[in-house]
Design a protein around this ligand. Sequence first.
Ligand code: HEC
Length: 103
Amino acid sequence: MKSASAAAVALAIAGLSGLAAPAAAQNASAQLLTVSCSGCHGPGGRSPGAMPSIYGRTAPAIADALRDFRDGKRPSTVMVRFAKGYTDAEIEAVAAEIAANWK
Ligand code: HEC
């Protein structure tokens, strides 16, 4: 029973992702990744509070910051833990998305 329902979930997920064109799916995932950034850095990277604002930056500046946080080269309280969840490809995608849209 357990494996049957797992298979049903897998089929449902495969069915859902089959609806989106590959290019659109890629954009969606970069956009989704940046949703979590806005949770702390504010909508569009304009922070309303104590977190630094991150709008108006270039993609390389954001990607370098994320990699440096992740790799422990830049001291941080939160970003080190957060950035560890990102691959290099995801960092590039997030940085490009933010540089293009958070102006
Ligand atoms: C849980 C809250 C949180 C989330 C989520 C978060 N950040 Fe941060 N971010 C911080 C904090 C806090 C700092 C200050 C450094 C530190 O102490 O970690 C920071 C610093 C930064 C900086 C450096 C800012 C500066 O002025 O030097 C960048 C760039 C950045 N974050 C990008 C991102 C991106 C991109 C995402 C999404 C992938 C993200 N952050 C998600 C909390 C967060």
